[in-house]
Design a protein. Structure first.
Length: 351
C-alpha cells in the first residue's frame, strides 16, 4: 500500500508524528474540561457554551502572550516541563487583573522538526497550568515547519478567554489617596527579563546544576521556576472584598505596570524594605552590576501580583491571603501625584 504521507515526510513534515502527539495530549486536555466544553480535542474549532445565568451583564475578556526568551534556557537546560505553565500564567493573570474568571485556553506550538516526547512534556505543562487556573484547554495547534527553527527549538504562544460581570470589572478608577498597596509573592523572574538574565548568566560562568549564590536552589531551578498563577486566590478575594485595582507585574516591572491602573492625580509610594528580596534577584543585581531602579524596571523583584485596597478592609484582606497560604505584604500606599510627575515613587532597598 502506498504511504500517502511519504512525500510530505521527505520534505520534513511528519504528519503521523502530529497524530501521535494528538493521541497523547487528548487525555491531558480532557482532564481540564469543565461543563462549558462541548467538543473534544481534534476538531477544527473548540466549542464552549457560556453559562450566562450567573452574570447580569457578562463581558468577555481575552489576552494573548508567549514565553519569550526563557525558552532558550529551557532548550539549554532540558527544562521543557514547566514552560507550558508559564504560557498559561502570562495570559490568565493578565485577565485576572480586571476581575475575569478564565474559561478556556488555546495554545500554539511551532517547531522545525516535531519531537513528540518533548512536545508532550510542554503540553502537559500547559494542561497543568489550565487546571491550576480552573480553565479548560479547549484546543490548540501544532505546526511543524522545516528550516524555520534551529534543531531542538520551538516557540510557544497562547491565549485565554474569561468572563466578568460588567458591574464587577476592576479598572482602578476608584483608587484614591490613602489606599493600601499589597504585594503577593512571585516564584522568581516569572517570564520577563530573560534576555538580560541570559546575558548575566553567560557572563557569570555558572552552570545549570551549580547552586545559585545565596540560595538553596540550582541555577536551573531558580531560572526555570514557573510563573505563579494567582487565579484561585484572587477570585476568592473578589468574591467577598471590593478590590480597587490589580496589577500583574510583567515586562516593565513596577515602573511600567503599576501606572496602568492609577487614575489621574495619584501615585503609588512603594517601600522595597517591606518585603524580603529573593536570592535570585540579589544575584541578578550583583552579577549584572544593576541599580535598584534598573531592577524594578525589568523584574518583579519578588512581587508578582499587586492589589490596591481601601484601608478599611486591609486587615481582612491580609488575613484572607494568609488563610489561602499566599505570602503577601503591605508594600505601599496611594498618595497625591508629586510635582515630578513620577507615578511610582519607590523607597529603594538598603544595600
Amino acid at each position: 500500500m502506498t504511504d500517502r504521507a511519504d512525500a510530505y515526510r521527505r520534505a520534513g513534515v511528519d504528519i503521523t508524528a502530529a497524530g501521535r502527539l494528538v493521541d497523547r495530549i487528548k487525555p491531558l486536555a480532557q482532564a481540564t474540561f469543565n461543563k462549558g466544553v462541548i467538543t473534544d480535542i481534534g476538531g477544527f474549532g473548540g466549542l464552549f457554551k457560556l453559562d450566562l445565568q450567573s452574570y447580569e451583564e457578562p463581558v468577555l475578556v481575552s489576552s494573548t502572550d508567549g514565553v519569550g526568551t526563557k525558552l532558550l534556557l529551557a532548550f539549554e537546560f532540558d527544562g521543557h516541563s514547566t514552560v507550558g505553565i508559564d504560557l498559561v500564567a502570562m495570559s490568565v493573570n493578565d485577565i485576572l487583573v480586571q476581575g475575569a474568571k478564565p474559561l478556556f485556553f488555546l495554545d500554539y506550538f511551532a517547531t522545525g522538526k516535531l519531537d513528540v516526547d518533548t512536545a508532550e512534556r510542554v503540553i502537559k505543562g500547559v494542561a497543568h497550568g489550565c487546571s491550576e487556573a480552573g480553565c479548560a484547554l479547549l484546543g490548540g495547534e501544532t505546526a511543524e515547519m522545516p528550516d524555520f527553527y534551529p534543531p531542538g527549538h520551538y516557540d510557544l504562544a497562547g491565549f485565554c478567554v474569561g468572563i466578568v460581570d460588567n458591574t464587577k470589572i476592576v479598572d482602578g478608577s476608584s483608587i484614591g489617596i490613602g489606599d493600601s498597596v499589597i504585594g503577593i509573592k512571585s516564584s522568581g523572574p516569572h517570564s520577563n527579563g530573560y534576555s538580560l538574565i541570559r546575558k548575566i548568566l553567560a557572563e557569570s560562568g555558572l552552570r545549570p546544576n551549580d547552586l545559585l549564590p545565596g540560595a538553596s536552589q540550582t541555577v536551573a531551578e531558580a531560572l526555570l521556576a514557573p510563573t505563579r498563577i494567582y487565579v484561585k486566590s484572587v477570585l476568592n478575594l473578589l468574591r467577598d472584598f471590593p478590590i480597587k485595582g490589580m496589577v500583574h507585574v510583567t515586562g516593565g516591572g513596577f515602573y511600567e505596570n503599576i501606572p496602568r491602573i492609577l487614575p489621574r492625580g495619584v501615585a503609588a509610594r512603594v517601600s522595597m524594605n517591606s518585603w524580603p528580596m529573593p536570592p535570585v534577584f540579589r544575584w541578578l543585581k550583583d552579577a549584572g552590576k544593576l541599580t535598584w531602579p534598573e531592577m524594578l524596571t525589568t523584574f518583579n523583584c519578588g512581587v508578582g501580583f499587586v492589589l490596591v485596597v481601601g484601608k478599611d478592609i486591609l486587615e481582612d484582606v491580609m488575613n484572607r491571603l494568609n488563610a489561602l497560604h499566599e505570602q503577601a505584604w503591605v508594600i505601599g500606599e496611594i498618595e497625591r501625584l508629586p510635582q515630578d510627575g513620577e507615578r511610582v515613587q519607590v523607597s529603594l532597598a538598603e544595600e
